[in-house]
Write a protein that binds this ligand. Sequence first.
Ligand code: RIB
Length: 313
Amino acid sequence: MSENNIIVVGIFVVDLAFVASKLPLPGETIIGDNYIIGPGGKGSNQSVAISRSGGKASLIARIGDDQFGEVGRNLYQKENVYTEGLIIAKGEKTGSAAISIDKNGMNSIIVVPGAASGLKKSMIDEKLHLFRKSSIMVTGFEVPLDIALYCLKKAKSEGLMTILNPAPYFDIDNTNFKLVDYLTPNEHEASSLTNIEIQNIDDARVAGRRICELGVGTSIITMGEKGVLCTTNSDDHDGLYIPSYKLKEKVIDTVGAGDAFNGAFATAISEDMGLEDALNFANKAASLSVRKSGAALSAPFREEINQVWFKDL
Ligand code: RIB
């Protein structure tokens, strides 16, 4: 493993996704059109997105020794994700996610982390040598919150750049934000964090400044088809706005689009791409991912991302 790895601390689950014309209301049963079973879990999806977009991904995740866990192990072998950080918990169940997807590709998700919720600080300590061989650490809030924060601290003390995808959203002590070089909330997570309702780019500008005031190095608010707003410090009044890439193909499934974005962004940063180029690269990856069903497996490959320039936008 080379020194320029991107270490991801996250979860792997098997996604059970059900497609119907609409999302069911509470108490309602509806007839769906299709179902898809495939690899998921934000951190795991991000590691695949890193590898497919040309980065060197190394994953720390805790899975069970069951059939779902085997899906993960096969995935990493096929996708060239480095697995020394994988922890196999004997007799425990790998997690799973129940996903509903409507005809516009919109989704709602319940994720049960299973064995991943047993990830402990001592286990991270045993894998610290993997941090030392990496230049970037990516994590999020699907792993236990104390573990995500511990990893941020360890990563900073080892001199790594940190990317925190605060999904699903949880409140954390504000002192932790100084450990975050890049915070990548979607508009809902950014609204929860700042108490600013984000409906448009101007709202995101205000929220981005507020996030930087908390101590984050760079705030990157992803807003789906509305694009991305990146703010680098609290005096950066306008921020950098990157519109989304509107590809000709129909939106099939938005599950994993944020993970494709985070993974490709980490790859770009590991290659020392400039911030604007990195955001464009990640934006293209996210746009491409919604053309396919599935979470991990909808992440585009480097060649596809590079070709977006030649498509009609
Ligand atoms: O970001 C999408 C992912 O969120 C899905 O793969 C699901 O498993 C949940 O973790």
